[in-house]
Design a protein around this ligand. Structure first.
Ligand SMILES: [Zn+2]
Ligand SMILES: [Zn+2]
Length: 522
């Protein structure tokens, strides 16, 4: 309840929309704004529509000569006939800094600290978080999560960057740097930047001291005062990626920025300029320190790419957003194929390293996003659901269905849940080490079932409730994924809710599956 209240109290952003009755382009722009304000920015945005033919004084005050015009924070952010993509992007870039300011709370910091402690004991003292399965997960699992998030919304890169940055400050990286390069803590502040970079290069290289396996190799490729470039090979995030015309490693960029900020105390901005996602053989990050400026006050910079420069082109007249989504679908399928080959050990995603990464890499991204604010849980669910619907492994599900001689679509929730269990426990599904065993239970009636997953990669070890007053389920992505998979076979797509989780102090995750209803029945 208390949380609900604080959220209500957060100030809404005021958007001014200037229109007039004889404006041709206005109704379409207005429709888009209303749609955004009513869905993804619900509760955040307050829209005031101003008809300039009736409010000439206000129009004059803001210098509005023609319509439509969108203003926010007294700043003109868009005008004329603008596409939905552009409006969304402009709005998010205005809103995001405010959300981050408002939602910054201790919960995320605390959760990151606990994850950090777990990671350090798993990595340094070799105390496993997942006793049966071990603490590494196949990078295809990690990439599928990231890609399904990235294709959802143009806002995700900036969110991931900000989360990475905070993790750089509160997470384990500063600790690892001092382990890898004791000089970091010993040198004078003016030499610390250089030593920090050398330590980062070790951290992102395959090394036996901190075996996270984030990447195979990392070099400082250029250094000039407080500007430098880091080149990272086979980064888990994008190793084996196809060229989709945009950079993919936003979380890593943020983590590098935050780690440097933690070490030298000045604002740092990191921009990824080369990436496997752009067809480059490695990822490259441009680092710029704003000496003396407070951490966090550096600009967020992302490489601008043009759609027409992208190598993979699709026939037909897709809107930009759909086009981008197609590329990500392509990528997810590509990753999957490579993933299978890697699991069968016929081809590696990272020819020079193992194809597994420490679970902390996945958990940090998912959990920091989950605690970002209210709507990030919904984003994770949508991303998971999307992957459930479009992602790999459908043949396996249809095969299991055929074995039961069931015809699509099926109506029994119990039968569908049983197939889900067989799917999750199929030998090939154990290989990525995303979870260990899976059980199902009957609910109160035939419209309710429960699915329990042990040792999931997303939340194992995240037992925050033991040490804090946090008591939250963390696996929205997994819930969405189960919902998406079930939607493939069930007549009425079900509602899936995580009811127990490591985050609520349980040592497994449990999902309630409820019957959905189709329109005909209503
Ligand atoms: Zn990259
Ligand atoms: Zn969970």
């Amino acid at each position: 309840m208390a949380e609900e209240d604080t959220f209500q109290e957060t100030e809404r952003m005021r958007l001014l929309f200037f229109t007039s009755p004889d404006c041709f382009a206005c109704p379409e722009v207005e429709r888009v704004i209303e749609n955004i304000a009513g869905t993804s920015m619900k509760g955040i945005l307050h829209v005031s529509t101003i008809d300039i033919s009736e409010n000439q004084e206000i129009a004059a005050q803001y210098g509005i000569m023609s319509v439509p015009v969108i203003m926010m924070n007294d700043e003109r952010i868009a005008e004329g006939l603008i596409t939905e993509d552009v409006i969304r992007e402009k709005l998010w870039s205005q809103i995001l800094p405010n959300i981050i300011e408002q939602e910054r709370d201790t919960r995320r910091t605390e959760s990151m600290m606990i994850l950090t402690k777990n990671t350090i004991s798993s990595i340094i003292s070799q105390e496993l978080v997942r006793k049966n399965l071990g603490d590494y997960v196949h990078i295809s699992v990690y990439q599928q999560v990231m890609m399904s998030l990235l294709q959802l919304d143009p806002l995700i890169p900036q969110l991931l960057y900000q989360n990475g940055r905070e993790l750089g400050i509160f997470g384990a990286a500063p600790y690892y740097l001092t382990v890898l390069n004791p000089k970091v803590g010993a040198v004078k502040p003016e030499e610390r930047f250089q030593e920090t970079l050398l330590a980062l290069a070790q951290l992102y290289s395959h090394n036996p001291t901190v075996p996270l396996y984030h990447a195979t190799r990392c070099d400082v490729s250029q250094m000039d005062g407080y500007n430098a470039t880091l080149r990272i090979y086979e980064l888990a995030n994008s190793a084996g990626a196809i060229n989709i015309g945009e950079t993919l490693c936003h979380f890593t960029a943020g983590e590098i920025a935050g780690t440097i900020e933690a070490m030298i105390g000045s604002a740092t901005s990191v921009k990824e300029t080369k990436c496997k996602g752009l067809g480059d053989p490695y990822c490259e990050f441009e680092i710029e320190v704003f000496l003396g400026k407070e951490p966090g006050k550096a600009p967020y910079r992302v490489l601008e790419t043009k759609l027409e420069d992208r190598q993979v082109q699709f026939l037909g007249d897709f809107p930009a957003e759909d086009h981008r989504r197609q590329l990500f679908y392509e990528f997810i399928h590509e990753t999957t194929q490579h993933g299978y080959n890697s699991l069968k050990m016929t081809e590696a995603l990272r020819p020079n390293d193992v194809d597994y990464v420490h679970i902390s890499a996945l958990q940090q991204q998912i959990i920091s996003l989950k605690f970002k604010d209210k709507f990030c849980g919904a984003l994770l669910y949508s991303a998971g659901r999307e992957l459930g619907v479009i992602g790999p492994g459908k043949d396996l599900i249809y095969g299991l269905l055929a074995k039961e001689q069931a015809e699509l679509p099926i109506t029994s929730l119990k039968q569908a849940t049983r197939i889900m269990k067989e799917y999750f426990t199929h030998p090939t599904m154990y290989l990525p080490r995303a979870h260990s065993f899976v059980e199902i239970f009957d609910g109160e009636d035939e419209d309710e079932m429960f699915l329990r997953i042990h040792e999931c990669a997303y939340s194992s070890g995240a037992n925050f409730s033991a040490e804090t007053d946090m008591n939250e389920t963390l696996c929205d992505f997994q819930a969405g994924f189960i919902a998406g998979r079930l939607a493939l076979i069930l007549k009425d797509p079900p509602i899936v809710t995580e009811v127990k989780c490591h985050g609520t102090g349980h040592n497994y995750c449990e999902f309630r599956i409820e019957k959905g209803y189709s329109f005909e029945e209503e």
